[in-house]
Design a protein around this ligand. Structure first.
Ligand code: BTN
Length: 268
């Protein structure tokens, strides 16, 4: 009997993730509209925390600020559900965890050093290889954070760059590395690293380490940037991150502006 690529993927990943304390249920799909939407509809019960949804391809992948996310087969398209047990301040740090986990997993797998762009893009040579989407619902009955990770692993970046809706030039890991990536291996690494950082979020004092680590992996400080905040546009220099993860900029009129997560920033 021929064993499908699908079932090998599932079996290998399930085995590797059996050591995870965070991920207890894994939902695999060959095709899905969006792992993020699926995660949002999961019923609220004791096993919701740590649910992992993976699709080999998505028809209607969602990006930040309402953009579509092109998700052909070959990429890592996953969402992980967290039912947070910490304060709202700490909650904002979840946006950094995914990007750090992916950058470290890429480094370990390929030796490629990524740079992080606020709030949570992962870049290689200035091009976007991964985006993270964090959806937060704090209603008591539905309380959950859904961290969506879209990593262009073994995909053709031309497929993405030819789309009209991309916010920055895309690349893929396969193209940067020059070889196909073992998707199961890198997925397992990403999940274990999210687990490590999530544990840190629960420990007092450790959140600042996450912020510092994120700053080390970014090269945007001191650079000029434009921020699109709704209908407004701001120009200035990136100075630092606030204690809660907001971006601090010195605008061209010398005033200081804190930029929140849902704004869009372009560097130049
Ligand atoms: C961004 O715009 O940079 C964020 C992209 C996030 C894409 C991922 S792919 C898996 C998950 N499911 C979705 O529909 N979106 C996220």
């Amino acid at each position: 009997m021929e064993v499908s690529d699908e079932s090998v993927f599932k079996t290998r990943l399930t085995k590797l993730l059996s050591t995870s304390k965070l991920v207890k249920s894994i939902y695999f799909f060959e095709h899905l509209d969006s792992t993020q939407d699926y995660a949002n509809l999961l019923p609220h019960n004791d096993s919701l925390h740590g649910s992992l949804i993976i699709a080999r391809s998505q028809k209607m992948g969602k990006g930040r600020i309402g953009r579509p996310w092109i998700s052909p087969r070959g990429g890592l398209w996953m969402s992980i559900v967290l039912v947070p047990d910490f304060s709202i301040d700490t909650l904002l740090f979840t946006q950094f965890i995914g990007a750090l986990a992916v950058a470290e997993a890429i480094k370990e797998t390929t030796k490629i050093t990524c740079r992080l762009k606020w709030p949570n893009d992962v870049l290689i040579n200035g091009k976007k290889v991964c985006g993270i989407l964090v959806d937060v619902n704090l209603e008591t009955e539905k309380k959950r954070i859904i961290m969506g990770i879209g990593l262009n692993a073994n995909v053709e970046s031309s497929l993405i760059n030819n789309s009209i809706n991309v916010d920055s030039k895309a690349t893929s890991l396969k193209e940067e590395y020059g070889n196909e990536i073992d998707l199961v291996h890198i997925t397992n690494l990403v999940v274990h690293k999210i687990e490590y950082y999530y544990d840190n979020l629960l420990r007092p004092g450790k959140t600042m380490e996450i912020l510092d680590r994120w700053k080390q992996e970014s090269d945007m400080f001191g650079k000029r940037a434009i921020v699109y905040d709704g209908t407004q546009k701001f120009l200035g220099e990136v100075i630092d991150l606030d204690y809660n993860g907001s971006l601090i900029m010195r605008l061209d009129d010398s005033s200081i502006k804190k930029i929140i997560y849902y704004s869009n920033v372009s560097f130049f």
